[in-house]
Design a protein. Sequence first.
Length: 223
Amino acid sequence: MASDSQHVKHFWVASGSFIESYLLWLPWSKDAGASTALLSFYDADGSLVNEAELTSKAGNPTALEVGQFLGSCKLESGIRHAHLMVRYTKPCWWGCRLISGASASMLGEPEIISGERTGFMPVVFSSSRHPLLCVVNHSQEEARLRCQLFFGARIPETELLISPLGVRLLALDVEFETSLPKDSAKTLRAYLRFGMHGGGVVGAQVLELYPGSKKEEFLSAVG
């Protein structure tokens, strides 16, 4: 693929006993010949664990189960996950479907956070839903992401370090445990504000884990 016309997408993907990610691809280029894309899977520490090349014709949709590429990825917050970088040249549509239990969620690219662009996302804490923050590092340098939690008059914060091209998955109720109200029976609605320390670009996404037995447990996208 020619680098001067190359496009790049970044996704958070996962695979496990109750969760599976599918990469969705629809080429629509009117150029003659097939469209090609290079998939690169990076572990939490930014190590390249797998690569694959896809080829398809315009108008031919593809759904690829990514679990087959994540076998050597580490577990974080109990989930095997990775940063998926997609490089392609011809026009097409990309998305990610998260299958979890009996539910399915559509995931786009995580929201871009950089030195020039902050982020703001809703988050809910309760006994029946546990928010998770996934962050993929687009950069070839370590990223430092500042996360502030807004609820009531309190603004606790934490800093997340993400290795170059790495990925992190953070259980927010564990990370902010000492700052959250002790009454777990109540629902707390809050907001997360993101900002970068230094350079770099990351993508951030909030998911919700609904606990239960392994067959009933599932993840859902927020927003």
